[in-house]
Design a protein around this ligand. Structure first.
Ligand SMILES: NC(=O)c1ccc[n+]([C@@H]2O[C@H](COP(=O)([O-])OP(=O)(O)OC[C@H]3O[C@@H](n4cnc5c(N)ncnc54)[C@H](OP(=O)(O)O)[C@@H]3O)[C@@H](O)[C@H]2O)c1
Length: 342
């Protein structure tokens, strides 16, 4: 089978190679499913992992990058749920631990996974294989942010990064839960964020610095929740100006750099207020996708409450261009690779 692989650490453009003669996974046992991959969606965290991965364990076998996928069931193990008959259209994601320990990834023509990580695709016309591949990782992250923050009807929510893969979904899920949502979208992304349902959109480049603008405009009517999909530390440091005293700041982003992101997450979570820490609740979220949230997301799609934004679909041979696009931090939604025709 064809797959992009890496055997040493480094930037994706340097270490990823397209291999054409890898063995296809063998017949599934137990509740495993052999999936013929249609599309694979790229995740920023995997690019970080490829750069820092220890090279030693990789020498013996190639690792395949990426977690999210859509495709069809080719074969189901004897204990797999009956709905997974051959030809069933499905989506889901490889757990990060499976990728790290075994090198299992979805930028490949086939992937083998336990059925617990896979769901039938919702039967909705505007929801094709590219959208399905883009749903799970970011959708689970967005849904957990909304849940962690306790967003409910009437909550006032600010989404930083409203036009990105996570942000486009977070703002829609907050809206679906009945919140009033203000989100960022720069320049040409302004209309997309509005179309996805944000009540107000802020072009943070026009209104820089953003925290000063937020304090001036929302200081008298502060937010209950801030969902940060970028990881702008300045935003948290200044949040008392526009976030209620009992409000929650939930961050998943590390777009200011992974080292700074981890340092800020530790500092903001642990630094005591008595010693000058910012007096607001800060939560750095790590997401472990689960089947219940996958079902919740599929239901939102079927009820037309969620649009999955796809930035661009690249051919398998052009996957390195897809990585460049994601690294630009300018994608409007998810960057996707079409692995093969189904
Ligand atoms: N912790 C977790 O569980 C978890 C899970 C998934 C992702 N993540 C992390 O979350 C972050 C976002 O992921 P993603 O897939 O949503 O990224 P993405 O799709 O690449 O985000 C790109 C978007 O970010 C916006 N952006 C860039 N710089 C910005 C800034 N300074 N202020 C506001 N918006 C800005 C851009 O919008 P404009 O062009 O409109 O500015 C662009 O549309 C990444 O750091 C990723 O590693 C964490």
């Amino acid at each position: 089978m064809r797959a992009w692989t890496f055997r040493t650490r480094g930037p994706p453009s340097v270490v990823l190679k397209l291999e054409t003669d890898l063995s296809k996974p063998s017949s599934p046992t137990r509740s495993n499913l052999l999936i013929k991959v249609s599309h694979s969606a790229l995740t920023p965290g995997i690019s970080h992992a490829i750069k820092v991965f220890p090279s030693l364990p990789l020498l013996s076998r190639p690792y395949i990058p990426e977690l999210d996928f859509s495709g069809i069931i080719e074969l189901a193990g004897p204990d797999a749920p009956a709905e997974f008959t051959p030809g069933t259209r499905a989506f889901g994601s490889v757990p990060i631990s499976t990728f790290l320990l075994h090198g299992t990834g979805t930028l490949a023509e086939y992937v083998m996974l336990p059925a617990i990580h896979v769901l039938q695709m919702p039967q909705t016309t505007a929801f094709g294989f590219a959208e399905a591949a883009s749903l799970d990782g970011n959708g689970q992250t967005a849904a957990l942010m909304v849940r962690t923050a306790g967003i409910k009807k009437g909550s006032r929510v600010f989404v930083n990064g409203g036009s990105g893969g996570v942000g486009t979904l977070a703002l829609q899920i907050a809206k679906a839960e009945g919140a009033y949502v203000v989100a960022t979208g720069a320049g040409e992304n302004f209309d997309l964020v509005k179309k996805l349902g944000a009540d107000e959109v802020i072009d943070y480049r026009v209104h820089a610095p953003l925290h000063t603008y937020l304090s001036e405009k929302y200081g008298s009517e502060p937010f209950d929740v801030i969902l940060d999909t970028i990881g702008t530390d300045e935003l948290f440091q200044n949040s008392p100006g526009f976030l209620k005293a009992d409000g929650k700041f939930v961050n998943v982003g590390a777009m200011e750099g992974i080292v700074k992101g981890l340092w800020c997450a530790a500092k903001n979570s642990l630094w005591p207020r008595l010693l000058g820490g910012t007096p607001r609740t800060y939560i750095f979220q790590q997401t472990n996708p689960d089947q219940k949230t996958r079902q919740y997301l599929a239901k939102l799609i079927e009820e037309d409450k969620l649009i999955v934004a796809v930035d661009k679909v690249y051919e398998m041979e052009d996957a390195l261009q897809a990585y460049e696009r994601m690294a630009s931090q300018r994608a409007k939604g998810k960057v996707v690779v079409k692995v093969q025709n189904i």
